[in-house]
Structure formats: C-alpha cells, structure tokens
Design a protein around this ligand. Structure first.
Ligand code: DHB
Length: 322
C-alpha cells in the first residue's frame, strides 16, 4: 500500500483570527477582565502578548483600593477572589486607551462596573464620549461588593439598565454575565438580551460566593467577606461551557465570548465548539503570566492542524450532540 503523501505545499497552517464587536482580531484569545489589566504596565504587557484584544480591569468613576488582602488565593483546581474592585478610575483607563489606540490596531475594551445604577450611567456617559474607544464590556456580574447584589441575577434591573445604557451610550456595548444554573434563568436572560443590539455576550464571570478552607489553620483563605469569594479556574469549566452553549443555542445571532476554566488549547477549543468566537483567560493568566497566550495559541493551532481545520469558523458552535 502506498504511503499517504501530505502535500506540504498545499498545507496552510491554521489561523486563530476572529472578530468581536465587528472588529477583526488576529487571535481569538484575550485576557479576562480583572487579571493583569489594572495597571498601564500590565495592559501594555497584554498588548504585546499573543492576544487578539485586551480588556481592562472593571472600573468605577474614582480610584478604589479594593478589599483587604489576602483577597486572591490559588487553590486546587482554580482560584478564589474577593478583590473588591481595586482600580484606577475610568479616566486612567480611557487615557491609556486614547494614548494607545493610535499605536496599535489591537482593540482595548473598557470594562465598567459601577457600584450603583447611577454610577453605571455616569460611566457609560463618560465612555460614550471617549474618541478612540472601540467597545465597552458592561460588567453585570461583580460578586464581591459587600451588600450589593449582582445585576445579572436581577432580570428586571438588567432589562431596565440596558434600556438606559443604549439610550445614552453610542459605543458598542458587550455584557459580562454571571453563570446561570437553571433553564428558566437562561431563558429569562436570553429574552432580555435579545432586545438589545449587544456587541457581544461574555459567559461567565466567577461562580460567586464560594468558600475554601485551610484545615490546618481551621480558617478561611481570603480575608474579605468572611472568606466568601468568586471561584475561577478549572472548577468552573463545565459551568462556563454550559453557559456559552446555552446562550449560543438561545441567541445564535449574537457574538459570544467564552470565559472560565481555560488552562490549555483544548479548553479553548471546547469553548469555541460551544459557540464562542473569542475565549478569555483569567486564572491561568494570573498563574502563568502573559506567556500563557503563546502556549495556548500553539496548543489550539496543533489541535486544529490535527483535525484539518484552517480557521475557528470551521468548528465554531458545531458541537455534536449525541
Ligand atoms: C471583581 C470581581 C469580579 O468578578 C468582577 O466581575 C468585578 C470585580 C473584584 O472583586 O474586583
């Protein structure tokens, strides 16, 4: 039997190109908001890394120091955090984006997370008038502010704030959602999101209010909120994939961003199979630094090569249901 010959000249290495908020991206990988994106130097690292886009730390109107430390801890299978929105205030990020978008074609997305509705509206108005800003990631899912519920778990408030957001803000707006766990909640949120021209839907933020315990010390491992914090990392991959998949099925015409539990190229591949156009990396970026983008890009390219895919559109959303 003759050996199968690979025609090397015809073989073209796969590419990871994608798009977000109608902007072409050279890679479908980017950071998750919150990780390595609070300081200018960190944002600069992300711009120089193998990312297709960059998103800044969720910001408020003014600088916030955040919660007392320890407030982020690596745990088996993931992470727990209750950072409390430490950030430099919206002006800092808009100035950075303004200064930077002249030099880079890579979009830098502004994440906003006001502590009150009034603050969110002010943030949206401020962002709306920022010249070189491409898109806003409106965080409806910050779980770590004592006494504040997540907007994404309040359907009436979600609808009403999105109505106001689109009436006052002319920039493309994407939303970052908390994870949902019940079909009725997926359907209720999808019905609301469907009423707005969202630039994208990002699933998921951390699983809120988890707990990790140090048995030897018989204590919590993070200081804020009596030890309760958002869970990220491998722990949450099944929940993240389910959320991406469910929103892809309910809202197939929306641009989806997958976030949760991406440690390697195969995890990214699975998010894309579920329907994600872009995959965000949080806990792994915290652990490994921006070199994780080189590694994960190569791993994803290797999987695509083996499977004979040349672009992510060849398999995006095409998860086989048995
Ligand atoms: C924080 C955590 C989040 O999950 C989020 O979406 C926004 C802010 C924080 O604690 O800083």
């Amino acid at each position: 039997m003759a050996d199968v010959q690979i025609n090397k000249e015809a073989f073209v290495s796969p590419v990871l190109n994608s798009s977000l908020a109608k902007i072409s991206l050279e890679s479908c990988l980017m950071n998750a908001s919150g990780v390595h994106c609070t300081q200018e130097s960190e944002l600069q690292d992300l711009i120089e890394a193998k990312t297709g886009a960059v998103v800044s730390k969720s910001c408020t109107l003014e600088y916030r120091a955040g919660n007392p430390e320890p407030r982020y801890v690596t745990i088996p299978y993931g992470s727990i955090n209750s950072m409390g929105l430490p950030n430099n205030g919206i002006r800092y990020y808009l100035d950075f984006i303004d200064g930077n978008q002249k030099n880079t074609a890579k979009p830098i997305i502004l994440s906003i997370a006001g502590l009150t509705r009034k603050e969110n509206i002010e943030l949206l108005k401020t962002a709306s008038s920022a010249q070189s800003l491409h898109a806003i990631e409106f965080n409806l899912s910050c779980p770590n502010i004592p006494g504040k519920p997540q907007t994404g778990y309040d359907f009436e408030e979600s609808k009403s704030i999105l109505e106001e957001a689109f009436s006052i803000c002319s920039k493309p707006i994407g939303v970052k959602l908390p994870p949902y766990f019940d079909m009725a909640h997926f359907e209720a949120m999808a019905a609301i999101l469907d009423q707005f021209p969202l630039a994208y839907i990002c699933c998921v933020n951390s699983i809120g209010n988890g707990m990790w315990i140090d048995s030897a010390e018989e204590s919590t491992v993070i200081k804020p909120k009596s030890g309760f914090g958002g869970i990220g990392g491998l722990f949450i991959k099944p929940t993240a994939l389910a959320n991406v998949r469910m929103f892809h099925k309910l809202l197939p015409h929306f641009n989806l961003v997958g976030c949760g539990g991406v440690q390697n190229g195969e995890d990214a591949f699975q998010h894309i199979l579920c329907g994600a156009s872009v995959v965000q990396i949080g806990t792994t970026l915290w652990e490994e630094g921006t070199a994780c983008f080189d590694r994960i890009s190569q791993e994803l390219i290797d999987i695509m090569t083996k499977k004979g895919y040349s672009t992510i559109e060849d398999f995006r959303g095409k998860l086989r249901e048995i």
